[in-house]
Design a protein around this ligand. Structure first.
Ligand SMILES: [Zn+2]
Length: 102
């Protein structure tokens, strides 16, 4: 499976989950127009930063109402926060790598 196939498979899953949470095409197109205002090279960074902020807020909120024992949401948040920390560190490392070569 190539990366495009994986992304399309992931999109189908994400769209199914979004529908369960009452996300409409109107919400999506509004955010797509925000993203189109950014330079193409900055869109992923902006979207990741937004997602990381939402994930972080959700994780702090969930911790106030759940002790984590046997909770699948906590398992998912553990995995998502791991990916978030790793991706931001990797982004910073590559930015530093780039600036030392300027
Ligand atoms: Zn939980």
């Amino acid at each position: 499976m190539n990366v495009d196939d994986e992304v399309r498979g992931a999109l189908a899953q994400i769209e199914s989950a979004a529908a369960l949470y009452a996300v409409t095409e109107h919400h999506i197109s509004r955010y797509q127009s925000v993203l189109s205002g950014y330079h193409p090279a900055d869109r992923d960074t902006y979207a990741c930063a937004r997602l990381d902020a939402i994930l972080t807020r959700t994780a702090f909120d969930h911790r106030t109402e759940c002790d984590g024992v046997g909770c699948r949401t906590c398992d998912g948040l553990h995995e998502a926060l791991t990916v978030a920390v790793a991706s931001v560190r990797t982004m910073l490392d590559s930015d530093e790598g780039r600036s030392t070569h300027d």
